[in-house]
Design a protein. Structure first.
Length: 301
């Protein structure tokens, strides 16, 4: 048997997944995308195995019987080998180029080994046979080249598995975006409902505040009217009291004026009496002095 083909089968057996690990998608788009990816991987694996098997050593060319890799059970039951699904048959067998694969695989026209695609789960991200040949050209032995390629494929698959576990796929991202859009739309609806409810509550509160303000205005107007009436009454009372006090003061002033006038009149009468008395006494004294002077003059003469 060809050794690269054995390496490929070993990788296939090592990385074969059970059906329980396959997630069942919910939506039709996701299921269609998963089916397309499965068919792409099957075509890739088929082309990869065909390219691996198309390397015969000189001994194998001399003994072509050793290349026959079909088991007796497979010869007895040839139906088990033809495991292509109807959907896989619909896909044309053309040149295949995957985004994850760095090389383009062309189906060889030579002899091919039929492999069950359902049992093959390994995906080769580069051409292992060409890599082995390059290592052999550069001085490595066959076993060393195969070991290096095996380690290299293990590293690539481990890194890709790690990235696939920690990173989301496009369908998952689309589902997440749809979920986020649905949540955003629900949040928008909730916000609109909250805005409407808050607007109605604000309207009710403003109406209540308007009624309360009107009541306060009415009460203030009543209180202001009462205060104005009380102030007017107080002013009128104070005015009456002031008028009465002014009238009393005027009466007192009139009485004082009358008293002053009577006092002045009494003083005038008393002054006239005293003046008359003085005139009387002065005239008497003058007459007496004249009489005395005449008497003295007569006496002297």
């Amino acid at each position: 048997m060809n050794r690269p083909a054995c390496i490929a089968c070993r990788f296939v057996r090592r990385y074969q997944l059970s059906p329980s690990h396959v997630n069942k998608p919910k939506t039709d788009n996701f299921q269609r995308n998963s089916e397309l990816t499965i068919h792409r991987h099957r075509l890739q694996e088929r082309h990869c195995h065909s390219s691996l098997v198309n390397t015969e050593t000189p001994k194998e060319r001399e003994n072509p019987k050793t290349v026959n890799t079909e088991s007796p059970k497979a010869k007895e039951n040839p139906k088990t080998l033809n495991t292509e699904s109807p959907k896989a048959k619909e896909i044309p067998k053309t040149e295949f180029f995957d985004e994850k694969v760095s090389t383009q695989f062309v189906p060889s026209q030579s002899r091919r080994v039929i492999v069950d695609p359902a049992s093959v789960k390994q995906v080769f991200y580069f051409d292992t046979l060409s890599y082995v040949k390059r290592l052999e050209k550069n001085g490595c032995s066959r076993e060393q080249a195969e070991g290096i390629t095996e380690c290299f494929t293990d590293i690539i698959h481990s890194t890709i598995d790690y990235q696939s576990r920690n990173m989301t796929t496009k369908p998952q991202q689309e589902i997440l975006t749809q979920q986020l859009l649905a949540e955003i739309s629900s949040i928008k609806k909730d916000m609109v409902i909250l805005q409407k409810s808050e607007f109605t509550s604000l309207q009710h509160e403003t109406d209540k505040l308007g009624v309360e303000i009107k009541m306060l205005k009415e009460t203030l107007d009543d209180e202001m009217g009462k205060v104005k009436g009380q102030i007017k009454l107080d002013i009128n009372l104070e005015r009456g009291r002031a008028i009465e006090a002014h009238a009393g003061s005027e009466k007192e002033l009139a009485q004082l004026h009358n008293k002053i006038d009577t006092g002045i009149a009494n003083l005038k009468t008393m002054f006239e009496q005293y003046r008359n008395d003085m005139f009387k006494y002065a005239g008497g004294t003058v007459l007496t002095m004249a009489s005395l002077s005449l008497a003295l003059m007569r006496f002297l003469h």
